[in-house]
Design a protein around this ligand. Structure first.
Ligand code: 13P
Length: 263
């Protein structure tokens, strides 16, 4: 079971799904589903990470209905303002009460050429604006075969934490690329091993207190059926969920993992 003091974090990365009208309907339904199930709002933190165009609508809804979800964005510019067509500043996100930003997701590394250096700059941009970066790291199938599971995520995290101070608020997400959207999740033991190693990296870079406090999530084909087994591991403090996070009943059940048999 994740260590007490680190509030479990169930975060839904919607990726490029749901327009702003669908987003509002989805958040309302998810909230009703949790309420109907008698979910204890204090038990876990729930995060939704919609596309940029949905953020304002979701923020307004969360605010008006006092919904206990944290709001996150899926990316942030390395710049604060200026002639950067199409970019979104952390400053704008902070104004929308966005609390978290996904940084270095493998889809951005793969399709948008985000290097470790850019990811590091995005971590800095997030922190500059009071946003908590959710730093994504993970190995491809080839990396796994060549270097084992930990080497690439460790190197990615070391690079991302360059220049980060010990008091910074960060979240780390271990997402093996081969497990994303494949239906083939890592085993809880595999994920625990890497997450424990990543916690050591946080300890080396930011100190023991930061390592104790920092939440490390697992991501990659997380479903209602497997979430409880991940959450039993001591170094897994939550999940970054893709596909299953945009299905109301499924994400609702993931959030209520503590009620699953045997947890
Ligand atoms: P899936 O849950 O669809 O495998 O996606 C995981 C992910 O990439 C979350 O960021």
């Amino acid at each position: 079971m994740a260590v007490k003091g680190r509030t479990p974090f169930l975060a839904g990365n919607w990726k490029m799904n749901l327009d702003h009208l669908q987003a509002v309907a989805f958040v309302q339904k998810l909230n009703w589903s949790l309420r109907d199930a008698g979910h204890d709002r204090g038990a876990v933190e729930v995060g939704v990470f919609p596309p940029f165009t949905d953020l304002r609508s979701v923020q307004t809804l969360i605010d008006a209905d006092r919904i206990a979800f944290s709001l996150g964005a899926q990316d942030v510019s390395v710049h604060d303002s200026g002639a950067y067509t199409g970019e979104i500043s952390g400053q704008f996100l902070a104004k929308l009460q966005v609390a978290y930003v996904i940084v270095g997701h493998s889809e951005r590394r793969q399709y948008h050429g985000e290097t470790d250096e850019i990811v590091g700059q995005k971590v800095q941009a997030s922190l500059r604006h009071g946003l908590t970066p959710v730093i994504c790291v993970g190995e491809t199938a080839e990396d796994l075969e060549e270097h084992g599971a930990s080497a690439v995520p460790v190197a990615q995290l070391q690079a991302a934490l360059q220049g980060v101070t010990a008091d910074a608020d960060i979240v780390v997400a271990y997402e093996p690329v081969w497990a994303i959207g494949s239906g083939q999740a890592a085993t809880p033991q595999q994920a625990q091993e890497v997450c424990a190693t990543l916690r050591q990296v946080v300890a080396e870079k930011l100190g023991a207190d930061a390592a104790e406090r920092t939440r490390i999530l697992y991501g990659g084909s997380v479903k209602a059926a497997n979430i409880a087994s991940f959450m039993r591991e001591p170094d897994i403090d939550g999940a970054l969920v893709g596909g299953a996070s945009i299905v109301v009943d499924e994400f609702s059940a993931i959030i209520r993992y503590q009620k699953h048999v045997g947890v």
